[in-house]
Design a protein around this ligand. Structure first.
Ligand SMILES: Nc1ncnc2c1ncn2[C@@H]1O[C@H](COP(=O)(O)OP(=O)(O)OP(=O)(O)O)[C@@H](O)[C@H]1O
Length: 715
């Protein structure tokens, strides 16, 4: 731990100070964000610019720059069924877009369409229903918004419902476009995209989602709503209460369609499509998008599509992008916390998303890391919607560059410069794995995904190995027995065909004959472990030594906990050479909790401001592990706290619970009180402004096309 001499704040490794999320009680809900307001005095085609709004919508803050592998997209195999009826566009100029849309595409700095856009633009423009599957981060949102909105721009006056008179008490919103998404955060993100692409047009976007107050959402609907993004629960609620009619809908879009049609949401969607007044006169198009589409869901989806729908796949259905370096570490449950701390200390501080299985697990890990002075926050279904939005804002702006999340953040979220995704608890479902790791390495950027694996995850191992092999990733020795000898892509089935394993091959003699990728980011512009300044004494960065230990060569996962790094190895390896402060040198320093054991310390929330000069043991009221407990490999269970429960056995589920849960009403729940107390605690601490340029959390490599330069890090 470092005590920053200037401001006294506690820091761990090279991470910045932990800070309270942006708790602004006056911050408005996402649904109220500004959008372009059309005035009937404007000519159809030419609406004036609004410079302030333009800066907000298209400014640097949220712009995800394309990465060095963006051009590789053009080499991905695309399949369109039925064949021969669609000619892809090759540029946006080819696409015959409305002039306002052309301007917006330029403002969004899109120069070349991605493959899914090249095909979906003509498919949608020509009036087909569509089921589209393309890799995470490959621009699926724009793939439907651009053609849908462009087509409507010219017809808005004719098709759109008249605006309710100002202040109307009785009204019905009658959108032309309805986009349904599984989570609130994704819905608001799509709404933001709608705000961008409807800029200077007549089309007015709105969003309705659970967890936030209904009234502001209703008030926005009352001002006019042509493009509605919604989560299913709140949408059904508003339809039932008569605030929304779906009778004019010309485009129904299911984003993350496989998720929208699986058990959790299927009933909601059936209700919307089959029991509401949704336009059914044959003029409506239905569009489904996702990075994954399991076979069972594909056949179910046909219930909602026209008979002659088009099925578009970019790359293999359900595959992930090869821009993600995937690393699998064998870590027993009781060693996870230490391995995580070690991993976080070894990586250059950068925006990092950690997935856990349960809401309780998220809270507990968040507390644990936070108490070790890591700048964390968390997002899950038990937090109030305001807390969730605050957490996301803090993660995006760099105040809290480590976000601990349940599956609620697995799909769709597009946050720039997420450099590292850690699967602390591996999920059971390979599709969810694909979505989770897809939060990094977007639009041709590169990223790292580290997964903690142990015997309890054996169910997912065969599918996981196939993904690793397909993406030319290293298959660790403990997973070799799951490696198929032959694996082909079956065009008819859109699925893997594997043959039986005869002999397990080591990663060195890869049967596919493809070059192994280097670990870490490679290419000129990113971390290159073999070549880089970071960290010179640990060639297996960012992975602790456990991978190289003897057990891993036996082709079988070890029965016992693998050897853990010792105090000695921490001293030698954990701190990057450019650390501002030296690594812990003495046992007394080392016994401080940031290198602590596997059990969450008891959090005694202080009544007054935290005194930084006191020892952490006093401040936080728990016994930190001793150096001896590290050395003995026993540090997962600090002596006085006993062994940790396997928190992901708890029965609180993480499943997307955004359909009906209005949890902003539960602000007084014990969990939320705890969160509020913690927020107060953080508020009272020494505060630092976010890094001047929050991109320092990940951008140096990705944005400036140059190697990671620690001097860019502002502490
Ligand atoms: N043609 C383009 N050129 C440059 N950037 C683009 C282009 N199309 C989309 N983007 C950007 O790519 C990023 C990822 O897009 P988007 O979120 O739509 O991906 P996605 O395919 O829906 O991913 P996921 O499967 O994770 O939901 C966004 O920041 C978007 O602005």
């Amino acid at each position: 731990m470092n005590n920053n001499p200037q401001d006294g704040s506690k820091r761990v490794g090279n991470w910045g100070p932990r800070q309270a999320p942006n708790l602004d009680p006056n911050r408005q809900w996402a649904a109220l964000r500004r959008r372009y307001e059309w005035n009937d005095s404007y000519d159809d085609g030419v609406a004036p610019r609004d410079q302030e709004l333009e800066n907000e919508l298209f400014g640097e803050e949220n712009h995800v720059h394309t990465g060095i592998n963006f051009t590789k997209y053009s080499t991905i195999k695309v399949s369109v069924k039925p064949e021969g009826i669609i000619t892809p566009v090759s540029t946006f100029d080819d696409a015959n877009l409305h002039s306002a849309m052309k301007d917006n595409v330029k403002l969004a700095r899109y120069t070349v369409p991605t493959p899914v856009q090249k095909y979906s633009i003509p498919i949608i423009t020509e009036g087909h229903d569509l089921m589209a599957c393309a890799q995470t981060g490959s621009g699926k949102t724009a793939a439907f918004l651009i053609p849908v909105l462009s087509k409507l721009f010219g017809k808005a006056k004719k098709l759109a419902a008249p605006r309710p008179p100002p202040g109307a008490r009785r009204f019905k919103a009658e959108p032309l476009v309805l986009i349904i998404a599984p989570t609130r955060e994704l819905a608001t993100q799509i709404f933001d995209e709608c705000r961008r692409f409807t800029y200077r047009s007549m089309m007015r976007p709105c969003v309705v989602y659970g967890g936030a107050e209904s009234l502001p959402q209703k008030n926005e609907l009352a001002k006019g709503c042509d493009v509605l993004t919604a989560t299913p629960g709140r949408l059904n609620d508003f339809v039932e209460r008569g605030f929304i009619s779906l009778r004019r809908v010309k485009y129904l879009v299911l984003d993350e369609a496989d998720r929208m049609l699986d058990m959790g949401f299927e009933n909601d969607i059936r209700k919307i499509v089959q029991k509401s007044d949704l336009c059914d006169d044959g003029t409506r198009q239905t569009l489904m998008f996702s990075a994954t589409f399991p076979k069972s869901i594909r056949s179910l989806a046909k219930d909602f599509l026209a008979e002659k729908y088009i099925f578009l796949t970019v790359g293999r259905l359900g595959s992930t992008t090869s821009d993600i370096t995937q690393k699998i570490m064998y870590v027993e449950d009781q060693g996870k916390r230490n391995s995580l701390v070690e991993l976080l200390l070894k990586q250059p501080p950068s925006r990092t998303l950690i997935f856990v299985e349960t809401k309780r697990g998220a809270d507990s890990l968040d507390d644990y890391l936070y108490n070790q002075n890591f700048p964390t926050t968390s997002i899950h279904g038990d937090r109030t919607q305001r807390e969730r939005e605050d957490a996301l804002i803090s993660f995006k702006n760099g105040r809290s560059p480590i976000l601990i999340a349940t599956a609620v953040a697995a799909r769709g979220l597009d946050i720039k410069n997420v450099m590292h995704v850690i699967n602390y608890d591996l999920c059971n479902d390979i599709d969810e794995y694909v979505h989770r790791i897809g939060r990094t390495a977007r639009v041709g950027n590169q990223g790292l995904a580290t997964t903690f694996y142990n015997e309890r995850n054996a169910d997912i191992a065969p599918e996981l190995v196939k993904i690793l092999v397909e993406c030319n990733q290293e298959v660790p020795d403990f997973l070799l027995s799951y490696k198929p000898q032959d694996m082909r892509f079956d065009d008819d089935d859109d699925d893997f065909v594997t043959e039986n394993i005869s002999t397990a091959k080591s990663t060195q003699e890869d049967t596919w004959g493809q070059q192994q990728q280097k670990s870490g980011w490679d290419a000129q512009n990113t971390w290159d472990v073999n070549n880089s300044t970071y960290p010179t004494d640990s060639t297996d960065f960012p992975f602790p030594q456990v991978q190289n230990d003897g057990w891993s060569t036996n082709n079988v996962a070890p029965q016992q906990q693998p050897p853990q790094p010792t105090y000695q190895s921490f001293q030698q390896q954990s701190m990057p050479p450019y650390a501002n402060q030296p690594p812990p040198q003495s046992p007394s320093q080392f016994s401080q909790p940031q290198y602590g054991g596997g059990t969450s310390p008891k959090v005694n929330l202080p009544k007054s401001n935290i005194q930084y000069n006191t020892t952490p043991q006093q401040s936080y009221g728990y016994n930190a592990p001793t150096p001896q407990s590290y050395g003995s490999g026993n540090y997962g269970n600090p002596p006085n706290n006993g062994p940790r429960q396997n928190h992901y056995n708890n029965d609180d589920t993480n499943r997307y619970d955004d359909s009906n849960n209005d949890n902003y009403r539960n602000a007084e729940s014990p969990k939320n009180q705890r969160n509020q107390l913690r927020n107060v605690q953080m508020e009272n601490e020494v505060r630092n402004d976010p890094p001047p340029n929050s991109d320092t959390w990940g951008a140096p490599a990705q944005q400036q096309n140059k190697p990671w330069d620690p001097s860019n890090v502002p502490w």
